[in-house]
Write a protein that binds this ligand. Sequence first.
Ligand code: FAD
Ligand code: SF4
Length: 509
Amino acid sequence: MTTLRLILGDQLNPEHSWFAAADADTVYVLMEICQETDYVLHHAQKIIAIFAAMRDFARQLGEAGHRVHYLAIADPANRQALPANLDALIAQYSASAFEYQAPDEWRLDRQLTDYAKQLAIPGRMVDSEHFYSTRGEAAQLFVERKQWLMEHFYRQMRIRHGVLMASPGKPLGGQWNFDHDNRKPWLGLPREPADWRSAHDHSALWQSIRQAGVASFGEPSAERFCWPLNRAEALQQLDDFIAEALPHFGDFQDALTYRAWRLFHSLLSFALNTKMLNPREVIARAVVAYQSGHVPLAAAEGFIRQILGWREYVRGVYWANMPGYEAQNCFAHQRPLPAWFWTGETKMRCLAHAIGQSLEHAYAHHIQRLMVIGNFALLAGLNPAAVHGWYLGVYIDAFEWVELPNTVGMSQFADGGQLATKPYVSSAAYIDRMSDYCKGCHYDKKARLGERACPFNALYWDFFARNSERLAANPRLGMVYRQLGKISPAALAAAQGRADQVRAGIENL
Ligand code: FAD
Ligand code: SF4
């Protein structure tokens, strides 16, 4: 009576109750398949990191006495798709039951539900034992409210889970949110902490991935590789973050700089999203760091809000809107991505840096993703589905449940404002205030017209002018529309002419 248990590549949680005791009647299955490498074009580091972490997980399970069947990408028995491999393994082990952990992506959830339904043996889904909230919890909270608001969800989560609370209903420090303290540009000090670096050699794995014909882009180099491959390494990365970066996380959370690639961000999203780390333990560490006086409340709260608030909230948005969310396009933007999204070769210094480091590290921090790359994509009218495909492929932490709402909702406002209360766009003024990008840029941050005018400036006013019917009544945009009203019709027409020119010449910006 053998049970076959499937472990997906983002379910590498050795603390799951499945693994509490070894059982000779259970076979754990992990598989490297083209179905998962090829649904979008992925960054090389993402494929390497996930496969290497899966291999390490399988090794550790075996060492702990569990029975494991691992299908490597180059294994001749590998049929490269979940159902075909599962059929073969169920037959090989004469399995009498099939079990899997709840997938986080709608596409896999659908596929495995359908697969389990048609089996002649019982098929069962179990909880992944990872998130604070259930798939439908956010939707239940907002069922009688017109507008979804992350802040409302976050406060409920704080109360419900007793995180940073002075007493029931009262937040520590008398404030729920210290966002206003968290908006400093970074002027070079304190120094960016040293990167956590992986010591593994991935060259043999990379070769077998290439031999299997898996297409990819971005830098596969081991020197750049700073993604943990197992829980022990992820815990080390967490320790380093708490010790060195968390004290400054709040202050420089929104900063942008040409001189550093991660600033004081944690780089923990890969370990969290592959479930090597549990969000509860990460939050508990931040709370202890505050209680012991190691970090100020604003830093701990700012960091915890990202995980207990945003991370859980976007997951709720995803499950409330799938399928269909991936096709949202409220502005009907259709422009394809310019070729420099794949090379970083543009004269716009902010984009060259943010895209360049994405290709080099498979990582950009939140403000680069939102206020540089996403900002440009929305202002330029790039197709949100194409933007979604790029973000899903390029980032080490990109899994659809978290990437899609962030890209299509928060960054492209393509859902018409379900996730974000206003479009996150800016002219050069914001980028200049928060960064050192504009000094030394080919373009003039102050100019709106002319060949050397920063493309963001004309695109920004053109965006609000084009979309006034949809956006002018938004209370969060009152000031923008008052400013727009002060621009003379002739000046606005000239700016819109420059915006047309920018879009027409987008490949050569
Ligand atoms: P830190 O800044 O150190 O934040 C700590 C943790 O908070 C992160 O590890 C992450 O788990 C969580 N977090 C922070 N912001 C968010 C958010 N908006 N949504 C969900 N979780 C959040 N995050 C992903 O995990 N995968 C993605 O594919 C992804 N795509 C994004 C696309 C766009 C357009 C934007 C604007 C944001 C995206 N994010 C995504 C959210 C965020 O940018 C990343 O989680 C973060 O940059 C990861 O780096 P870090 O671990 O250093 O984060
Ligand atoms: Fe970016 Fe414009 Fe500043 Fe250049 S001037 S770095 S394009 S915002």
